[in-house]
Design a protein around this ligand. Sequence first.
Ligand code: IYR
Length: 221
Amino acid sequence: MDKPSFIPYKSAQLDKNQMTQHSLDFYQNMNLRRSVRDYSDRDVPKEVIENIIMTASTAPSGAHKQPWTFCAVSNSTIKSEIKKAAEKEEYESYNKRMSEEWLDALKPIGTTWEKPFLEIAPWLIIVFKKAYDLDENNARQKNYYVNESVGIACGFLISAIHQAGLVTLTHTPSPMNFLQKILNRPENERAYLLLPVGYPSEDAQVPNFKRKPAEEVIRWY
Ligand code: IYR
């Protein structure tokens, strides 16, 4: 057992006005984020993708196990392979597996089994959760709150993509075990979320959605 080691922590030390302004600026900026399905093929530097992923990897995690791997794909052969496999699953889902109620709920978003963004966007980030770790002797080491931890990291990832002026979308092909195979990931890694990253196309459109107001999402006690 490692002995705990602590170091001092200092917060940003904002006064009340700065705090109010910063929190409002950040909210207003994040409120501009939208899930985008129409992408340009314009290139995004690898360095930007690395910065975005490393931001995601600052997320808190159960027992600080950081139970995630981010696969960043720009190779067009691999992207095509992913598109083909994802669309195969999505075709089955949209035509057989999803209920009428579910398909109805998706109508305002206009999604179908076809996923052209998987080839067009310059990058795909596939987030894997590590169900457990393997130590140097290949013995299983437990991870904790894996879904919560990886979900939070994905929130950081989406925020970082938006802050870089880029767009993304949380694509959830189901089942998504084909990603473990295509990307040759080890047995302890399970695909969690697939996010295309890039610029929106010139004529990109998003659904005319409103977000719930404070009165609907907050209860003060
Ligand atoms: N996995 C499908 C279906 C889908 C499901 C929900 I819930 C969405 O908000 C959007 C799509 C897909 O990625 O198209």
